[in-house]
Design a protein around this ligand. Structure first.
Ligand SMILES: Nc1nc2c(ncn2[C@@H]2O[C@H](COP(=O)(O)OP(=O)(O)OP(=O)(O)O)[C@@H](O)[C@H]2O)c(=O)[nH]1
Length: 315
């Protein structure tokens, strides 16, 4: 390289992108915690202020109370500046997130591992399926998609576009077709081909719980005939911009679909990322990954310590 050749611009690392994506969330809690400085040990009013700041930042009353209680034990005998308080909050958030951080690993034998992906329309389900496919491909796994959301032609089309882009085979049927029969065909084909992961899209008709429940129950019955262990995963995709509504969705889908893990998307477009902590505290369901953008690489396994620091606003 000659002296006047400009240095190659390094692509921002995932950590940078995560900080960038979660900037709004990070600023929200940072702002809410700002000004809480103590020259002596934290008093009850200051602890109340911290608890309020956490609730205002969507961490939910349970997590907020838990963090308050831990800080009350610590008390910072010699006083605390804003940074020390944020560090302590980050530590407590990490303690809540660590037990639920679990990447989606392909461990099922015989193959394929069948992953049902559920969630309301617009939550980022289709994009997440594509991103998961990409993550698996990066690990040299063979992936297949099944277009089980036959309710809307657009959903089938969109998944088809992603499948083509990624070079992932897709099993699909006509709009209005029977999702269970598509899933049946897909499992058969994936078994014959030795595919590692079969990722199944489903319809997100939350407003009609009965239909959704019947449809998922039928998919489960059909799957069970081919492989009693399937589906191995039932992954609920949630849109973080929905804030506390996302928690209600977990409640409902857990009841109708037996959710085994979560993916939280759109954390880049919202200050409401604290809802991740509320979800972890309230439900204890595994969080597999988070989405911080629309690109293929914008879904990464969930790193609890890093995310805790970003949410608490400590870089
Ligand atoms: N900013 C951002 N946008 C996202 C993310 N994940 C998905 N999206 C966008 O959200 C929109 C909805 O995503 P889809 O994947 O189509 O959502 P869906 O749940 O399948 O919705 P339907 O196709 O309507 O069923 C799209 O414009 C995506 O590009 C994310 O992590 N960040």
């Amino acid at each position: 390289m000659t002296a006047d050749t400009p240095p190659p611009t390094a692509a921002p690392s995932w950590t940078d992108r995560l900080f960038g994506g979660l900037r709004k969330t990070s600023e929200r809690l940072g702002e809410n915690l700002s000004g809480i400085v103590s020259k002596t040990r934290l008093d009850d009013n200051q602890l109340d202020d911290i608890e309020d700041a956490l609730i205002l930042s969507d961490l939910g009353p349970r997590a907020a109370a838990r963090i308050r209680a831990r800080l009350a034990e610590e008390r910072f005998e010699r006083g605390a500046d804003e940074q020390a308080i944020k560090e302590a909050v980050a530590k407590e958030i990490a303690a809540i997130l660590r037990p639920v951080a679990r990447p989606l690993e392909l461990t099922a034998f015989p193959r394929p591992q069948v992953i049902l992906v559920i969630g309301v329309n617009g939550s980022g389900k289709t994009t997440t399926i594509a991103k998961l496919g990409h993550l698996f491909q990066e690990q040299d796994y063979a992936v297949m998609f099944a277009a089980g959301d036959t309710f809307r032609a657009a959903a089938i089309g969109q998944l088809g576009i992603w499948a083509e882009r990624l070079g992932v085979p897709i099993v699909k049927g006509p709009e209005g077709g029977d999702p269970a029969s598509i899933v049946f065909d897909a499992v058969k084909l994936a078994t014959e081909r030795g595919t590692d992961a079969l990722v199944v899209d489903t319809a997100g008709r939350l407003h009609n719980r009965r239909e959704l429940m019947d449809e998922l129950a039928k998919i489960r019955r059909v799957l069970g005939r081919l492989n009693p262990a399937a589906p191995h995963d039932v992954v609920l995709v949630l849109d973080a911009t929905n804030g506390q509504n996302a928690l209600q969705q977990i409640e409902i889908f857990r009841e109708v679909a037996g959710v085994t893990g979560l993916v939280m998307t759109k954390l880049d477009g919202t200050a409401r990322g604290g809802v991740l902590v509320a979800a972890a505290e309230q439900f204890g369901l595994p969080i597999h990954a988070i989405g911080v953008g629309e690109k293929m690489d914008d879904l990464r396994p969930f790193d609890p310590d890093l995310v805790a620091r970003v949410i608490a606003g400590v870089a």
